[in-house]
Design a protein around this ligand. Sequence first.
Ligand code: BDR
Ligand code: CA
Length: 310
Amino acid sequence: MEKTKIILDCDPGHDDAVAIILAGKNPAIDLLGITVVSGNQTLDKTVRNALNVTQYLGIDVPVFAGCSEPMVRKKITAGDIHGESGLDGPVFPPLERKAEPEHAVNFIIRTLMESDGDITVVTTGPMTNLAMAMRMEPKIVSKIKRIVLMGGAYTNGNVTPAAEFNIVADAEAAYVCFTSNVPITMVGLDVTRLALCYPEIVDRMGKIENRASKLFVDLMRHFCKSQKETFGWEGGPLHDPVTIAYLIDPSVLEVKPMNVQIDIRSTQSYGRTNCDRFDYLHLPHTADVATDLDVERFWNIIEENIRLYD
Ligand code: BDR
Ligand code: CA
């Protein structure tokens, strides 16, 4: 089977950590590197979390620290959902792993430039690292096979009525990526809000009884609690792993090509992904936008991948 080569750019984050679980061992995925950005917490914390997760699960993939600040706007984080550490809940053994000396942006540029144009870049955090890489070395644009991002919404946002966290946290970076002409699959809140991790799901994964299942349970207990306190929901939406699940099995999502524009100008709607779902504007389609999720298949993919660990 030909593997899908990916770079995972993330800001762990509970749901980012589950995306790492999926990408770390699946035989259909060749995870070339994990690049980390400031997002759910500050960069020092998100890098530490990526190192802890990979060390704990024995995922032997290099981790690169990237941008600690957005391109233009002031930094925001999501400590209300992900806690003070950015990954509250699990207790990890002493951390021995270190991030690579190379900056994430340089790793992205180098890896893409040395490639045959067969690498998919998956972003599950603000798109700062990828946008910076595109600005530093515009030649990478034609080398990216596809961007698959968790971000945006054509329905409501989750930070403002208009905007979703990963986009609003660095809307200018998203603008750079969405105007790059690279093929894009946008996995937004419209579908990730269907991936609700109810207590039954936590129990189901807990029964597997290996390292990954223990981590999943420890992560989800905290994540679901903060979702309940913040939004009143029983089950937290597991946004980020939908991207990797889609690369493992594209049938998990329905997508529709749309013209998508990132609002970086307005006050009320800053960070909105304006998706022309009904083609009102008759403009070129710039992204495949996810419109439905096969929820049962998604949880089966999560289970199958947790089972791949010791
Ligand atoms: C996104 O924001 C972050 O808090 C999550 O990790 C996810 O990437 C959802 O809006
Ligand atoms: Ca994330």
